[in-house]
Design a binder for this molecule. Structure first.
Ligand SMILES: *[C@@H]1O[C@H](CO)[C@@H](O)[C@H](O)[C@H]1NC(C)=O
Ligand SMILES: *[C@@H]1O[C@H](CO)[C@@H](O)[C@H](O)[C@H]1NC(C)=O
Ligand SMILES: *[C@@H]1O[C@H](CO)[C@@H](O)[C@H](O)[C@H]1NC(C)=O
Length: 492
């Protein structure tokens, strides 16, 4: 097996969004650890975010390289350097970003044509349907990767391949999602924030994605069999494709530095943050981080600040981009001074895996992005779910109703991605206090939740170990690619 893998050259195209890039880069490492050569193709700003992780992989004799392609930003009216969804001037610019990404088809193909050794497989984000056309022209198998896990992916499939949503009039009534192994209730807006969208462009992009997926050799998912066995099986059935669960990829063998630098440059001296946690009792602290794309309004940030302060739980709160008004409020109130000892507020990126695995952490307030959800699950930490948009409401259902390891904050209405700045639904400080205290309680329910969390964490770890299900699924994916290549080489 190993000797076969050594001859393979994987080319990875991660979507330029943090939650998609991180798992793809992890996957690159896993493939390289198997002896394969891996090329990651992305734009310069995104390449820089991973430069040091990749450099360390190279030092460890792994065959990974990053090749850069320039996004035609000016042509789509985006400012220079704006190469990731988290760098957009406003969420309304997401469409421009997608246009720019679509224009990479030709330069990418030219790059692949001269790549040496020639690529043996393309693993690309589902949001890059053009990679399928390139793969076909160059006669290379393509494996498709999607951000979410099998549960959310199956829900998306159900609502986008049928007309069940057309039959529902109310935007606030809950209905049972048909075709799922468990009884799951959602509202129409919660079920429809991912998929066709409501513009002509987004519908076209989505339909192209669905078409492109049909040609793929299979689907690779950052999840593990034991987490959602019924959903893996069902997804594979409805897609008529092999589904390889190879995660949680964040658990792949990494140095302390790698774990700390995952994603973006981190905010503060990590040592200070860890020292603060060291002084706290085991399982006593709630970690709050609402993700890379959550532009919380000032009003909401204030409520969250007051909610955290009024709860009796110590907290570590990462806020990525506080607005100016919020900074003013903090200053005027002397908030950071006031919470000293009990809470720590940090601006910027969180070294999330390090934090979640710290013994002091006992709970996680999350926006339910799949990347973060899976990191919480892997660390065995129960979650307060605070979804915002996209498939996050579906991930919330999964955490609450399927895994039963969380407490809802109570968000009802998704903020539509391109109208994010008009977000209206505000969680009040009392809702926040109640959810957090509810999650951290030591009652019977809380204990049962923690126990289930620990069980999933153990399963996650063993899935990634030698002989574990994710490790075997990776082998099975590599095997399928080798077989496909042999078929392509044999003239018919
Ligand atoms: C993904 O995880 C990293 C930590 O590993 C975190 O910093 C980042 O905010 C997460 N991104 C998303 C989109 O959830
Ligand atoms: C992780 O690294 C250690 C030490 O380098 C090694 O012994 C172990 O087998 C590795 N585990 C995996 C899953 O690759
Ligand atoms: C993934 O692993 C599970 C558990 O070992 C196995 O049942 C399943 O067939 C594998 N999936 C694929 C597509 O190889």
């Amino acid at each position: 097996m190993a000797s076969h893998t050594t001859n393979l050259h994987f080319v990875l195209f991660p979507l330029m969004a943090q939650g998609h890039m991180i798992p793809m880069v992890d996957m690159a490492r896993i493939l390289a650890q198997r002896g394969a050569m891996v090329t990651i193709i992305t734009s310069p700003v995104n390449a820089n975010r991973f430069r040091s992780v990749v450099d360390r992989a190279i030092e460890a004799d792994l065959k990974i390289q990053i090749l850069e392609l320039q996004l035609p930003l000016a042509e789509v009216g985006l400012p220079e350097g704006c190469e990731n969804f988290d760098l957009l001037p406003s969420s309304a610019h997401a469409v421009n970003m997608i246009l720019a990404m679509n224009m990479l088809e030709e330069p990418a193909e030219n790059m692949l044509k001269v790549l040496c050794p020639p690529p043996s497989c393309i693993i690309s984000d589902g949001c890059f349907p053009w990679t399928n056309d390139v793969a076909k022209r160059l006669n290379i198998p393509r494996v498709v990767f999607y951000g979410p896990g099998c549960f959310a992916f199956l829900c998306v499939h159900i609502v986008t391949s049928t007309n069940i949503l057309d039959e529902i009039d109310s935007d606030s009534e809950y209905f049972v999602m048909p075709g799922l192994p468990d009884q799951i209730e959602v509202t129409k807006p919660q079920a429809s924030t991912w998929g066709r969208g409501d513009t002509k462009e987004s519908t076209q992009v989505f339909e192209r994605m669905v078409e492109a997926e049909k040609d793929a050799l299979g689907i690779v998912v950052n999840s593990f069999e034991e987490l959602e066995p019924k959903y893996v099986k069902e997804l594979s059935k409805v897609k008529a494709k092999r589904v390889w669960c190879v995660g949680p990829v964040s658990l792949c063998n990494k140095s302390f530095q790698d774990r700390a630098e995952r994603g973006n440059k981190i905010a503060i001296n990590m040592q200070d943050c860890l020292k603060w946690l060291d002084a706290k009792e085991s399982g006593s602290v709630i970690y709050v981080c609402l993700g890379s794309l959550s532009y919380a309004s000032t009003e909401q940030a204030i409520e969250l600040g007051l909610g955290l302060e009024s709860s009796n739980i110590p907290f570590l709160w990462f806020i990525r981009q506080p607005s100016e008004e919020f900074e003013e409020w903090l200053f005027k109130e002397g908030y950071e001074e006031r919470i000293k000892g009990k809470g720590l507020m940090v601006r910027g990126w969180a070294p999330q895996i390090l934090i979640l695995s710290h013994q002091a952490i006992g709970g996680f307030v999350t926006h339910c992005g799949w990347n973060s959800s899976l990191e919480g699950i892997s660390a065995g930490i129960p979650m307060v779910t605070w979804p915002q948009f996209g498939e996050q409401f579906l991930n919330e259902r999964f955490i609450i109703n399927v895994l039963k390891i969380g407490v809802r904050i109570g968000m009802e209405v998704p903020v539509i991605f391109n109208k994010l700045d008009e977000s209206k639904e505000i969680m009040k400080r009392d809702d926040i206090k109640q959810a957090i205290e509810g999650l951290m309680k030591n009652d019977e329910e809380g204990e049962a939740r923690r126990k289930r969390c620990m069980e999933f964490a153990v399963m996650a770890k063993s899935a990634m170990e030698e002989g574990g299900s994710s490790q075997r699924n990776m082998t099975s994916m590599i095997q399928a690619i080798i077989e496909e290549l042999a078929k392509k080489k044999t003239p018919v």
